[in-house]
Design a protein around this ligand. Structure first.
Ligand code: BGC
Length: 786
C-alpha cells in the first residue's frame, strides 16, 4: 500500500532505503522534524536537490493582500501566510572541489530513518564523485522537544579509499528562492523575499542573522554554533552577508579518517522585543544547548519521547502497516503540538506551507481530542492560545452584528483570513468546536485553573454568539439559519444538524460553567436570566429530521435536494472543488466530508442506536471524501454501527493519507487532522471510547483482521490501559485512584490491583452501504496474512 517503493514496514521507525527524487517533496514532509515551535522540513543537508525548502517558526507570518473583485462589508482585509524563515539546516559539502549533489556521480547507498523513539532523523550516504572519489556521510538531525528554541545536526564525512580534500560550508540562509506553485487553493501563496536584513554577525564558529518582516513587523533571529572534530590541519573561516552567514571547514582526510561537525541552531522571534533582546534570546538558547551537549540533547529527546510513548502508545496485532502508521501519526501530531505553547497548531503542523500555515477547526475537533487523552500537557496551552485571540473574535462578532465572539475559520494570529466567506465566516461551527474542546479537556483533566482563567470565558462568549446568531420561531423552536457545516459542499444552509447539536452542547456547557463559577461569571456580566435563556435555546434547538426517510437531515431541506450525478462524474473529476462550480455543489446532495456522521460521534448522546445506523446508511452513498478529515470519522461510526470491515478500510485510508500520499498533496505538508484521525479511528472506532460529561465508556469490537488492540487513556489523573482481543477487553488502572467505566453498557470498577474484563458481543452480519462509484475506501488487504 505504501507507494514509495523504498519505505519499509517497521514498528518504530520510517525507513527509506533508497532515494527517489520523484517523491522528494513528499518525503520532505514525511521526514519533517518539529516541536510545535520550530519546523524543519526533511530537506537534504546539502540543500539541493530539493522539492520545497522549508523552515518554519510557529507564528511567524507575513500579511498578504486579499484582492476582491467585488469587495463587500465584513470581508477580511488581508490574509496571512506562514513564511520560510532562515534555513539553518544547510551543510554543503565539497569533495575535491566537486559539490556533493546526488544528481551527479554515483550513489551507492542512501538511507533515511525517522526514529519515533529517539526523535531524530538519521541519514547514511555513500557516494562517489564524478571524478571517482568515494565518501561516506552520516548525519543525525533533531528538533529538540525539551529545548524548544533549539535544533541540531551531527554531520560526519569519511574518506573511503583515497585521500580527499573536504570543504564543508555550514550556513544560515535567509530568503531562499522557493519554487512557484499555483492553481490549487490548498497550497500556499508565494510572497518572494519577505525577510528584511537587520543584522548579521560571525565570530569564530558562531553565526547569527537577524531579520524582520516588512508588513507584519515580526523580528526573527537565527544563530548557529559548531563543534568541529577533524584530523590535524583542519581549519575554519567564517563570513557573513545580508542573507547568508557561513562557516567553512576544510580538511584533508586520508582513507578511514573523518571530519565531524556538530551544529546547533537556535531560533527566536518577537513582534515586540528589541533587536538586542531577540539576539540575546538566541545566544542564550545556544548557551543552554552547549551546556547540554549533543549527547545530552539526544538523551533529553529520548527521555521526553519515552514518557510520551509510555502514555500514548497504541499497540496492534494483525496489521504491521497500521502499527507503523499509527506511531508515525502519534509522533507527528506530538511534533505539531508539543511545544506550541500558546500558539496555533496549523492544519499542516510545521511540516509545510500548505493552507498558508493556517489553523482551522482541525485543531479543536481532531487534534486536541487525541492529545487530551494522551498528552494533556499540550492541550491547555493550545486552548489558551485561542483565549489570547478572544479580543479579535469579540471584535469580529461586533463587526458581523453579533454578540459574543466569532472565532476565525482560518488564521495564524487570530484575525480571520478566509476570503471565501461561504466556507469561511459562515462556518460558525468553529465556535462550538472550540467550546467542545474546552468541555472535553476540562472534564478529562480537572484543570480548574484553566477553566477559571480561560475556559469559562471561551464558553460564555461562544454561547452568546449562538444565542444572537439563532432565533426562536413563533412556536418557540430555536433555529440557526444561514450557516455552513463541516461539509463544504453545502453552504449557507439552515439548521445544519452538526452545528445545532454542537451549539446545544456549547450553550449548556456555558450555563453549567457559569453556575460553577458564579463570581467570575458575574464579572463577565452573566446573570441567571442569561443562563436560563441559553438553557432554553439548547432545549428547543431543532435537529432536522425527515420522517418519510426516517433519517436526520444534514440541514433543513437537504434530503429533498437533487442527488449529485455521481454516475456521470469521471474519476478525474475529483476532488469536485477543483472541477465543478460551488453553486452546483451547493444545491445538490453531495457531501465533501463527514458532517452528520461526525455529529453522531461527537454528540453520540443526541442520537439513538437505530438513528445512527439509518443515518450512516443514508449518508454513505453521498459522501465523496474530498477532505482528508473524513475517513477517520467515518471509521468511528462505521465501527459503532457494526460495519467493521468498512471501518477497517477507512482506518487504512486515514492511516496511509501521507505515507501513501493519497491526496497527492503531502508535499505541501502533512495532514495533521487525518493523522490524529488514525488514533481516533482505533480508539473511538474499534475501542468504542466515548466521553460524555463525566462518563468514560468503551464498546470495543475488532475487525477480524486485527487480533489485538491496546492503548492507554488519561482521564482525571488516572491512566487506564485498555487491552482488547477478539473475545474480550481488559481494563487495567496504571495510575490514579479507582475509576468507574462502562463496557458495552455495563458498569465496571477499575481498581489498582484488579484488572477487570468484559466480553465482546457478536457483531451482526449487515449488508455494507455503498459509497459513490469509485469513491469507496481502498479495500484493505489483511497485511500480515494476504
Ligand atoms: C476541509 C476543512 C479543513 C481544511 C483544513 C478542508 O479541505 O474541508 O474542513 O478544515 O481542509 O484541513
Amino acid at each position: 500500500m505504501i507507494t514509495h517503493p523504498a519505505y519499509t514496514v517497521e514498528p518504530w521507525c520510517l525507513r527509506e532505503s533508497e532515494l527517489d527524487l520523484d517523491v522528494l517533496e513528499q518525503s520532505e514532509s514525511v521526514f519533517a522534524l518539529a516541536n510545535g515551535h520550530i519546523g524543519w522540513r526533511g530537506n537534504l543537508d546539502e540543500g539541493e536537490p530539493h522539492g520545497l525548502p522549508g523552515t518554519y517558526l510557529n507564528g511567524v507570518f507575513e500579511f498578504r493582500p486579499l484582492p476582491y473583485a467585488e469587495a463587500r462589508y465584513g470581508y477580511p482585509e488581508s490574509g496571512q501566510t506562514i513564511i520560510n524563515v532562515t534555513n539553518g539546516k544547510v551543510i554543503r559539502l565539497l569533495v575535491d572541489d566537486e559539490p556533493f549533489d546526488l544528481r551527479y556521480g554515483r550513489l551507492h547507498r542512501h538511507e533515511r530513518v525517522l526514529d519515533f523513539r529517539a526523535g531524530v532523523l538519521h541519514r547514511t550516504v555513500e557516494w562517489t564523485t564524478p571524478s571517482g572519489r568515494t565518501v561516506r556521510i552520516r548525519s543525525t538531525r533533531l528538533v529538540s522537544l525539551t529545548q524548544r528554541a533549539t535544533a541540531a545536526i551531527a554531520y560526519e564525512v569519511e574518506a573511503v579509499d583515497e585521500e580527499v580534500r573536504i570543504v564543508l560550508q555550514s550556513e544560515l540562509v535567509a530568503n531562499e528562492q522557493l519554487p512557484k506553485r499555483e492553481g490549487d487553493p490548498r497550497v500556499s501563496a508565494s510572497l518572494g523575499a519577505v525577510l528584511q536584513h537587520e543584522e548579521d554577525f560571525v565570530q569564530d564558529s558562531r553565526l547569527r542573522l537577524v531579520h524582520r518582516t516588512a508588513r507584519s513587523g515580526l523580528r526573527m533571529a537565527a544563530a548557529a554554533d559548531h563543534l568541529i572534530e577533524g584530523p590535524p590541519g583542519t581549519s575554519t573561516s567564517a563570513e557573513s552577508g545580508q542573507d547568508l552567514s557561513r562557516l567553512t571547514v576544510t580538511s584533508l582526510l586520508r582513507p578511514g579518517q573523518r571530519l565531524r561537525v556538530e551544529k546547533t541552531v537556535a531560533y527566536g522571534w518577537s513582534g515586540v522585543r528589541s533587536l538586542p533582546a531577540v539576539r540575546d534570546q538566541v545566544d542564550a538558547a545556544l548557551a543552554g544547548a552547549a551546556s547540554t551537549g549533543w549527547e545530552g540533547l539526544l538523551a533529553e529527546q529520548r527521555g521526553y519521547l519515552d514518557a510520551f510513548w509510555a502514555r500514548a502508545d497504541v499497540e496492534l496485532e494483525g496489521d504491521t502497516e497500521i502499527q507503523q502508521a499509527v506511531r508515525f501519526a502519534l509522533f507527528h501530531v506530538l511534533q505539531a503540538a508539543a511545544r506550541a505553547e500558546e500558539r496555533a497548531i496549523p492544519a499542516k503542523g510545521l511540516t509545510g506551507p500548505g493552507y498558508n500555515g493556517h489553523c482551522f477547526w482541525d485543531t479543536e475537533t481532531y487534534v486536541l481530542p487525541m492529545l487530551t487523552y494522551t498528552a494533556p500537557h499540550a492541550v491547555g496551552p493550545a486552548l489558551r492560545w485561542r483565549h489570547t485571540t478572544l479580543p479579535a473574535a469579540l471584535e469580529r462578532a461586533r463587526q458581523l452584528g453579533l454578540a459574543g465572539a466569532a472565532f476565525p475559520w482560518r488564521t495564524i494570529d487570530g484575525d480571520e483570513c478566509s476570503a471565501y466567506w461561504p466556507a469561511g465566516t459562515a462556518a460558525f461551527h468553529i465556535n462550538a468546536d472550540i467550546a467542545d474542546a474546552v468541555v472535553r479537556y476540562t472534564a478529562a483533566s480537572d484543570d480548574l485553573v484553566f477553566e477559571r482563567e480561560a475556559g469559562l470565558e471561551l464558553l460564555v462568549h461562544t454561547a452568546r454568539l449562538w444565542f444572537s446568531l439563532g432565533h426562536h420561531d413563533p412556536h418557540g423552536v430555536f433555529h440557526v439559519d444561514g450557516v455552513t457545516g463541516p461539509d463544504e459542499y453545502s453552504a449557507i444552509a439552515d439548521d445544519n444538524a452538526y452545528t445545532n447539536v454542537m451549539a446545544q452542547q456549547n450553550l449548556r456547557a456555558a450555563a453549567d460553567a457559569a453556575e460553577r463559577h458564579p463570581d467570575l461569571a458575574a464579572s463577565l456580566g452573566v446573570d441567571d436570566e442569561e443562563t436560563a435563556a441559553w438553557r432554553d435555546a439548547a432545549r428547543r434547538i431543532v435537529l432536522p429530521f425527515n420522517k418519510e426517510l426516517g433519517v436526520h437531515e444534514q440541514s433543513a431541506g437537504f434530503t429533498s435536494h437533487q442527488v449529485w450525478d455521481f454516475a456521470g462524474t469521471p474519476a478525474d473529476g475529483y476532488p469536485l472543488l477543483l472541477h465543478f462550480p460551488y453553486f452546483d455543489l451547493y444545491r445538490k446532495q453531495v457531501i465533501k466530508q463527514a458532517d452528520l456522521v461526525l455529529a453522531m460521534h461527537l454528540r453520540g448522546d443526541a442520537f439513538t442506536k437505530e438513528e445512527k445506523a439509518r443515518n450512516f446508511a443514508y449518508y454513505e452513498p453521498l459522501t465523496v471524501r474530498d477532505s482528508s478529515l473524513s475517513a477517520g470519522s467515518q471509521a468511528v461510526i462505521a465501527a459503532e454501527v457494526g460495519q467493521l470491515r468498512l471501518a477497517y478500510d477507512y482506518l487504512g485510508e486515514a492511516a496511509m493519507m501521507d505515507l501513501a500520499n493519497l491526496e497527492r498533496n503531502t508535499r505541501d505538508g502533512l495532514h495533521i487532522a487525518s493523522l490524529a484521525g488514525t488514533w481516533t479511528a482505533l480508539v473511538a472506532g474499534f475501542g468504542g471510547m466515548r466521553h460524555h460529561e463525566d462518563t468514560l465508556s468503551f464498546a470495543p469490537r475488532l475487525p477480524e483482521q486485527i487480533s489485538r488492540l491496546a492503548f492507554a487513556v488519561h482521564f482525571r489523573q488516572r491512566c487506564v490501559r485498555v487491552d482488547i482481543s477478539q473475545q474480550q477487553a481488559t481494563y487495567t488502572l496504571l495510575a490514579g485512584t479507582e475509576l468507574e467505566i462502562h463496557h458495552h453498557g455495563s458498569l465496571l470498577k477499575v481498581t489498582k490491583d484488579t484488572p477487570c474484563s468484559g466480553p465482546l458481543p457478536a457483531v451482526p452480519d449487515l449488508p455494507e452501504p455503498q459509497q459513490p462509484p469509485g469513491r469507496g475506501p481502498a479495500r484493505r488487504r489483511w497485511a500480515d496474512h494476504d
